[in-house]
Design a protein. Sequence first.
Lengths: 624, 495, 110
Amino acid sequence: MTLLIVSPILFPLLGMLINALFGQRMRERVVGWVASFAVIAAFAASVVLFVQLSQSHGEPLRLTLAPWITAGALNVAWGFLVDPLSAVMMLIVTGVGALIHIYSIGYMHGDPRFARYFVYLNLFVAAMLVLVMADNFLVLFVGWELVGLCSYLLIGFWFQDVKNAAAGRKAFVVNRIGDVGFVLGMLLIFATFGTLDFETVFAQVKVRGESLAAVASLITLLLFIGATGKSAQIPLFVWLPDAMAGPTPVSALIHAATMVTAGVYMMSRAHVLFELAPTTQALIALVGAITALVAGSSALRQVDIKKVLAYSTVSQLGFMVAAAGLGAYVAALFHLLTHAFFKALLFLGAGSVIHAMHAAHGDVDPQDMRAMGGLAKRMPFTFLTFVIGGLALAGLPPLAGFFSKDEVLLAAFADNPLVFVLLGITAAFTALYVGRQIVLVFLGEPRSANAAHAHESPAIMTMPLAVLALLTLAGGAINLPGGGWLHHWLEPVLHEAAKPLNVGLALVFTLIALGALALAWVWYRDAQRARLEVESALGRFLLSAWHIDAVYHATVLRAFYTLSTICSQLIDIGLIDAAVNAVGRSARAAADQLRAAQSGFVRNYGLLMFLGVIVLVVYFVVVR
Amino acid sequence: MNVADLETVLPFLLLATGGVALLLVDLAVPQARKSLTGWLAFVVALAAGVSALALVSGKTMKGFAGMVQADAFAYFADVLLCVVAALVILLSLRYHTARGLMRGEFYPLLLLSLSGMSLAVHAADLLVVFLAIELLSIPLYVLSGFARPRLESEEAALKYFLTGAFASGFLVYGVALIYGASGTTALGDLRAALLDNPALTSDALLMAGLALVMVGLLFKIAAVPFHFWAPDVYEGAPTTVTAFMATATKAAAFLALMRVVAGFAALSPSLAQPFEVADALRPMLALIAAITMIVGNVTALAQQNVKRMLAYSSIAHAGYALAGVASGDATAVLFYLAAYAFATLAAFVVLIAVGSTEGNEDHRYEAYAGLGRRAPLLGVIMALAMFSLIGIPPTAGFVGKYFLFRAVVASDLTWLAVIGVLTSALSAAFYLRVLMVLFMREPETAPEAEPAALAADAPRMVAAYVSAAAVLLIGVFPSAVLALLTGGELVALVR
Amino acid sequence: MGLQNAINGIPLEWYLIVAAALFSIGLYGVLARKNAVAMLMGVELMLNSVNLNLLAFWRYLAPESAAGLAFAAFVFVVAAAETAVGLALIIAVYRSLKSVDPETLTQLKL
């Protein structure tokens, strides 16, 4: 029993260990299957735990592996928890993760660092499982950080290209900024409750109730800053589109099953705290909706097949975050689940396309949609599955995305008109960019030699596509409107009443989606339009995601750089010499003469120290 | 004086006598076999460390008429100092041969400096604080210039000496003023006198003395604005000496600083912390801590040299530990210093490995390009070190920062913890840059050093494994270290 | 006896003021002189002013215990050790640069 609870984490770790030690000497296939079976075993273990949990009617399974930090009032253990919420997340992480592992065997074929790739991939899954299975904030944070670390390693996996390495670092640093919020939130939780244990904290919240409102606002705000980093919300979403630099299955793993869902999961886990802070909640809903709109509109003009999906992910995460902000945690998790299916499907489908474009020798960028076209005939299976995923994303019934998106919109409709309008517009955009992508990639005539000579990918890559397509087709069934299975399942954790289906709303959005898809067909049948629209001012604005990166460069990064230069020159060498050095770079001879006239460094140090002495003495004797 | 007195400073005695004896023994060691002196010094350092470990207990003892104090904190620091010194000796064997520094006096000087550190952590009297600081500093001045006639080394030594002597002038003047104002230099008596006679706290002489003593100690830990020497000295000194200074000196000076702060606790005994920090001291300590964190981290961003970057990193971490001092939690501070020491030492393993190859010693970032792939072991150790310095779980650095910021928050200095968390997020940028260069960049020219040469040295590998293991184990099992620190009962820094 | 009385007649403050003046002169020497030897002399002056302080405090405030005297002796010893090491370092630099001006030592910076 003890071992069973942690076995989902142990299996990937074991796989990682085997490949790290012997991967170099084993054949490629063996490495791939060792890693894949490790995750499949983790999935099996998760299923067993899930069944046990349903037999015990949601009574959580707990395990304290070892004490970690015991100091005075603080007791933190390596504790793990399997309750309905974490069980669902475990199934998503291991299930989708296993499919992505299998797919990677085909996709990474022939890569010189094949074994290393699977080591990282296994570690990623293990880290994500630590995150969702933690029974206190600190262990959650361990998983949180490890996931960030793995994403850094995987996004920069093809570091030979400097751009990729930089993207990896960007992801890590941006995530660290979010982590600041999370750590501060955690410290504040400890200061308020004297513990970091989920159960104790939430129990205390229930007892102390409204008296905590003020501090809860601050805590949730800080935690939300952490979530904006991991779940790629404004203002910290900039890392995610760049994270496309990693191998495509990694994008699928990061964007669909693991990392980005961490923020949504964390907010659902701590929903008791969030419910005490209506101001934060409103802010969260608004940030989520704005992110959805900004990213959704940016996706309209991307020309890179993966960038469309990246901005789409940010946009869909906006849906989930908005739902969490509205207090509709079940809807958020439901959308998280269906999104994991169809976005993994879309990414793997895109990977299949890129693989084919890459394999057919030509001289175009294998990810540029303007060079594609007509792939439907050449890759029928990829086409079919991609369309299923795309229509689910667009929100057409009866695909999985329809039900979950509908629930989010329903929650917004009831509570917050502004959020509802923003999300509604985004839903139209979503169908438009999905249609645009399908038309540009698969329909019409090939627009390059690569596209003309493309072939269907091998079975090891198409099989995961088939499984994910089936899940996308049927996934909506787990939470049919009016109180489906997922609602009941999460009831013990989230205590949320189900809302009935609003037929009118569902009908309106289905029609909007159909209209947008038709518009895409009319506009983009002739690929010329896609080529021209990027050139326009609006096109450039959207292509660069509202210029947010440029704004960061001009403000935050430059400010840091300037500050750091100032500190290095002014403070450290002393005012006089900084001026000397500034001149000295351009005119060394002049600087040498100036320097001779100036006091030497050591004495400057002495002088500045003496100033410090005066400050200290004056403070202690006079000011105190 | 009796045997019990000797026991209170046994590690110090072993180190001091060992150092002096080794000076003589070294005369008999032929030039070709100076590593023998190194091994003897290693044995002495280990013996002192083991003696400290054996003496750790919950009891607090005073010796030599109250001049020194032996408690769990002091012995913990002793163990840390001796382990660090032993590892530095292991690292120096090959490095000194490669750099042509294999002169015997290095090791006795190291032991004597170490004995000064050991004395500093046992000090219960301002006179002993002064003596210990001098005893640890004077050999370090010489060691900084050990690579003479290399000019940077000489420059480092002279700068360190001039600023260091300047600072100790303030320190000793401060001690004299305190003696004049209170009639005593014993920290315990001082505390009692302040409790008896609160009017003393408005005595200008006493307060000026306190300020000046703080200056001397803040100089040793390299807190802003008394840090100017550190980057220059750390960069110019032989890398082994830098490793020793950045880790051991800092730990010793911090414990001495905390004892002094605790001695002045009675200024306003309003706090029942693990040790009290007077209300008069707290804001100033917190302010200096904040400025030190900011200046250290921000300036490190702009560095082009790994060794110099680590110097600024050491300033930044002094800021963090100082925040812990302001909060009055000695356990958190010492834990943090141990975590910092091992992570920094692990980083220096890589620097010393690079410095141990033929050719000029070059620590610019470019020189490290692709090193992580040519020598994966060094790459992994550097990665561990950087992660710990950033504070990523489950490394020692994370647990250390966690304890520290928790203590800071608990003492109502939340703003300081916020600055700490923000700056440590910022620090990820420059620590990760090292890893970027190590793993993700191709060298511009064909690498001079072969991987075999980088990893071949057995003593260095032992040091590498020990420091890396410490970084990980302290992170995963912090309770073991804490048990050593608290030793069952709450320790009073000054009694 | 007369001398003793004369000395006793001098208030403690005078000694402290002289010591502070000496300390300040030493401080000025360290900060203002462009010669490492002169800077070293400044440091020595600072340490010696402390000795004057210590002895005055001992004589006036706690003549019964030898702590002040012992302290002064320690300061002497430390000052001598510092001087020895400092001069050695200065000579080493002089051999390389033919100069004892610390301003010429500016290789390490920024």
